[in-house]
Design a protein around this ligand. Sequence first.
Ligand SMILES: Cc1cc2nc3c(=O)[nH]c(=O)nc-3n(C[C@H](O)[C@H](O)[C@H](O)COP(=O)(O)OP(=O)(O)OC[C@H]3O[C@@H](n4cnc5c(N)ncnc54)[C@H](O)[C@@H]3O)c2cc1C
Length: 181
Amino acid sequence: MSCPWIQLTNSSREIRPKVQLAIPTNTRFCTDFVAAIYSLGPIDTFIDITMVPELKTIGATPYTVGGGVSITDAINSFESRSSESGYEYLAQLASHLNYVANTSVRNVGSLTGNLMLKRAHPEFPSDVFVLLEAAGATVHVRDGTGGQTSLRPVELLSADMNRKVIEYITFPQHAATVRFT
Ligand SMILES: Cc1cc2nc3c(=O)[nH]c(=O)nc-3n(C[C@H](O)[C@H](O)[C@H](O)COP(=O)(O)OP(=O)(O)OC[C@H]3O[C@@H](n4cnc5c(N)ncnc54)[C@H](O)[C@@H]3O)c2cc1C
């Protein structure tokens, strides 16, 4: 790979000015697997976000899953959280996500990487996109100046994501009678 590779390991507060200063136009935030399916296109700089602890965070109230959380860790969290009132539906999400790709891909791929793949290639039949949109999840996007935008997954598909990162996803509570089958 000939383009520069930047690995971020600091807190998001320290990252923002770095991203603001360093991030060129053709930049991709990389966790891993997209090149296995689609070309990434022309890229000036890779920024590796797999070591950013804030993006690995799973929060309780509201229920948030960080932009760097793997699909496997999201599944485990969904299963655990589904025992709580209002989050029963997460058991169905976890069950469906267990059919996505294979164990290796789920261990490395993220919900956010999947959504961004769907955004770049609308023809991609993303299970993650369908599940998050149906669940009423909200995608929280941060730009290089610290500005934040909250989007539904379907809104993300047409949003300007240049020099922006998905920081976390929030999941609402639903009545226990809500079922995803
Ligand atoms: C063999 C195989 C089978 C698969 N089967 C399925 C399937 O059945 N169903 C399904 O839904 N998916 C499937 N996928 C897709 C897979 O689940 C991953 O989501 C997808 O490959 C993206 O990988 P990744 O999450 O590592 O993202 P990456 O490759 O790291 O990134 C993808 C894009 O998202 C951007 N990005 C990543 N994180 C962020 C962030 N936090 N903020 C902003 N941009 C970001 C990157 O810059 C890049 O442009 C499959 C993939 C493979 C390789």
